[in-house]
Design a protein around this ligand. Structure first.
Ligand code: NAP
Length: 340
């Protein structure tokens, strides 16, 4: 009988951590989840997916080199998925040093530990489409150059290049998934997709008066997190470690997201004004329910082009199963359930 594979998922309390944990459990893995020492939240996402009792949780902090070495040396994982990060672009402008320490040096700590104590461990790194920044290109794929424009993106790019270096210089099986935005009912409320839907539902239930946003003309390539974690797993099952762009290939503005969600939730939305004076009005009540505020604009923002995942389609036989309309609907349905 073949032995169960053992995988460590860092950042298991996050959105992707929960979906990946569910996938690996389904595939018969022994899943160990790293949670950071000062985490204040219960791993509610694991509970939501019904996998919290099937995982061993261990303290794992990307700033703690000693602990990283101890765990990797002792456990000799078959696979490590590094999903842990200071993952908020906006917060990275407020805490650039911390962001780099976690997102860039944290990855180096793991790579060094694998190199020294567990050379056969396969390593997946959560890179990000934010690394492309404002590079001029029709679409982004593995050959596109990078021009990061936030401390978050710079930190992720640092880790990304380290992965390339450790692969070439030391022959480690390590690779990055350059993932475009992916959402789900498990996304934190701070992210725009979740903020739009949960706020609109609160407005519907008279628990909030309006939804206040920044740049509604920013465009994103949005996919569904549950589809994207499958690509992560597939990357580590290949013969050769390589980096892959994972995207939906569909581009939509924040305003389109609002229109789809409000329509699905039963609002008849009218838009008036422009710039900071642009407003969304609920036709049924004639009330302004959407406003724009300068404070929600980023210091510099990416105007996205879409990602091209042809390489993942060809080599990994991966493509997204959930389109934009269904993604918006499934998050709305999950949020509506909370009110029932
Ligand atoms: P998330 O929900 O914000 O989860 C981030 C996880 O990292 C949380 O479990 C968090 O723990 C943990 N963490 C933060 N600082 C840590 C530290 N110092 N040591 C150990 N763990 C730490 O993010 P996600 O959406 O699941 O994304 C997963 C990964 O993919 C992240 O690296 C993110 O940057 C990257 N990514 C995400 C997207 C996307 O659209 N979702 C796109 C591209 C790349 P707490 O729960 O305690 O805060």
């Amino acid at each position: 009988m073949s032995k169960k594979k053992k995988a460590l998922i860092t950042g298991i309390s996050g959105q992707d951590g929960a979906y990946l944990a569910r996938l690996l459990i389904k595939k018969g893995y022994n899943v160990i989840g790293g949670i950071r020492y000062d985490t204040r939240l219960k791993p509610w996402r694991l509970e939501e997916l019904g996998v919290h009792n099937k995982i061993k949780l261990i303290p794992f902090e990307l700033l703690d080199e000693k602990k990283i070495n101890q765990v990797i040396k002792k456990e000799k994982f078959n696979e490590i998925y590094n999903l842990a990060a200071q993952s908020f672009v906006d917060k990275s402008f407020l805490n650039p040093v911390y962001t780099n320490n976690v997102n860039a040096l944290g990855v180096m700590r793991i790579l060094e530990s694998i190199r020294n104590f567990s050379k056969k461990t396969k390593f997946y790194q959560a890179s990000s489409s934010e690394m492309f920044g404002n590079v001029k290109s029709k679409y982004f794929d593995e050959k596109t150059s990078f021009q990061p424009i936030s401390p978050y993106a710079v930190s992720k790019l640092n880790a990304h290049w380290m992965i390339n270096l450790y692969r070439d210089a030391y022959g480690l099986f390590c690779c990055s998934g350059i993932l475009f935005n992916h959402e789900s009912p498990l996304r934190s409320d701070e992210y725009v997709s979740k903020k739009i839907i949960s706020e609109l539902i609160k407005i519907k239930h008279k628990k909030s008066k309006n939804l206040i946003l920044g740049n509604i003309y920013a465009e994103r390539d949005w996919g569904y997190a549950d589809d994207y974690v499958e690509a992560m797993w597939k990357m580590l099952q290949q013969k050769k470690p390589e980096d892959y762009v994972i995207s939906s290939g569909m581009i939509n503005s924040v305003k389109t997201f609002i229109n789809k969600a409000s329509n699905y939730l039963g609002f008849d939305l009218k838009w008036t004004g422009s710039g900071l004076n642009e407003k969304g009005i609920d036709s049924a009540t004639d009330r302004v329910i959407i406003k724009i505020d300068k404070k929600f604009f980023r210091p510099i923002d990416i105007q996205y082009k879409h990602g091209k995942s042809d390489k993942a389609k060809k080599n990994l036989n991966w493509k997204p199963k959930t389109n934009f309309d269904n993604l918006v609907k499934l998050i709305c349905d999950a949020e509506l359930k909370k009110y029932k």
